[in-house]
Design a protein around this ligand. Structure first.
Ligand SMILES: [Zn+2]
Length: 357
């Protein structure tokens, strides 16, 4: 019988780096998730397994990243006061150089690789690395708080084993780095639901970015209007993700579960709650595939704490206590209702029309 074990990759070293004192991405947020799960007794369940991360190897990083970019990150890590702006690292920008950044990023990436290995070996049904999901990093450029693109590295290594990979990204921002890595191949299906790039970083993720060559139709984008609430979001998810993933028949599911689409998130204008997330993550959990799960964005510390705790409980098949849910999620304001409804309908139509047959 297949295992029902769910891995949670954790080490306090994944939570200790600081991008910059005023930076919105605070890896320490994972401590609240871990402490909440501990308090709820999640790790005492028979099928719960805490997994220790490892460092990614240079070869694993270079599955996606250019060797000279890796060299630059190593230099920036040792001497962050030099100028690394040509590599996307700006002291006052989104992704500043900081001391120890290479080592912290190797461990963050290795945590996703441990999740992948445990799932591949059949020891886990699913494994979650909340520290990962750094989906904006490009081949030779840091971007959007992301240094090494762990979801792309995982998808690439899985594809190298001949597996068909379905990557579903439910962060509020377009998963541009993962899309770029697999734009010309049908071995990795990327689906990203995000806030419309006309209104949010990174400014991409439109339906006509559908892949090229043998990858045509295998990059799927669902750009949603600002103020999209649970009702519209769930409608978009259900219309696009289950039918396309089922049509693709993947060997493995990889998910990026940034929780910045939450209504309380300070960086985005999507308005979803823990209810919509529960719906999406329960669908992931119901698929028959091995599943490698990662975190991503999420800048309201309490929303991160409650949502990722809930999501790991779903992975375990455990009950979700009410305290993890938003007590009173808001709905789209009446003045934006029409724009949200029409924009969501359009995004669904365009995504399905762009998809592989
Ligand atoms: Zn994000």
């Amino acid at each position: 019988m297949a295992t029902d074990r769910a891995g949670f990759v954790y080490d306090v070293r994944l939570t200790e780096h600081v991008y910059r004192e005023d930076h919105p991405l605070r890896p320490e947020r994972l401590r609240g998730v871990h402490a909440t799960l501990e308090r709820l007794g999640a790790f005492e369940r028979d099928n719960a397994v805490q997994l220790a991360p490892r460092d990614a190897t240079r070869a694993e990083i270079e599955r996606i990243h250019a060797p000279d970019y890796v060299e630059a990150v190593m230099q920036a890590s040792a001497d962050p006061d030099l100028d690394f702006s040509r590599w996307g690292l700006h002291p006052f920008g989104d992704t500043p150089p900081f001391g120890g950044m290479h080592e912290a990023s190797l461990l963050t990436t290795g945590a996703s690789l441990v999740a992948m290995e445990e799932v591949l070996a059949g020891r886990m049904r699913v494994a979650f690395n909340g520290a990962g999901g750094l989906h904006h990093a490009m081949r030779d450029r840091a971007s959007g708080f992301c240094i090494y693109n762990d979801p792309a590295i995982v998808c690439g290594l899985l594809a190298d084993r001949g597996m068909r990979v379905a990557y579903v990204d439910i962060d509020a921002h377009h998963g541009d780095g993962v899309q770029a890595a697999f734009y010309d191949t049908d071995r990795v299906l990327t689906i990203s639901l995000h806030q419309d790039g006309r209104t949010l970083f990174p400014g991409t993720g439109f339906a006509d970015e559908r892949g090229s060559g043998s990858g045509a139709g295998y990059s799927i984008n669902v750009p949603l209007p600002p103020y999209t609430d649970d009702e519209a979001y769930v409608r978009a998810f259900d219309a696009v993700v289950p039918p396309l993933v089922e049509r693709y028949r993947p060997d493995v599911l990889v998910t990026q579960q940034g929780i910045d689409p939450h209504f309380s998130d300070p960086l985005t204008q999507l308005m979803i709650s823990t209810r919509a997330r529960e719906h999406c993550v329960r669908w992931f959990a119901a698929t028959p595939c091995p599943w490698v799960a990662m975190g991503g964005g999420g800048y309201d510390m309490d929303a991160v704490r409650r949502t990722w705790s809930m999501e790991y409980l779903i992975m375990l098949g455990a009950q979700v206590p009410r305290e993890l849910h938003d007590p009173d999620p808001p709905a789209t304001p009446a003045s934006a209702r029409r724009l949200v409804t029409d924009g969501t309908d359009q995004a669904i139509r365009d995504a399905l029309a762009a998809a592989f047959a």
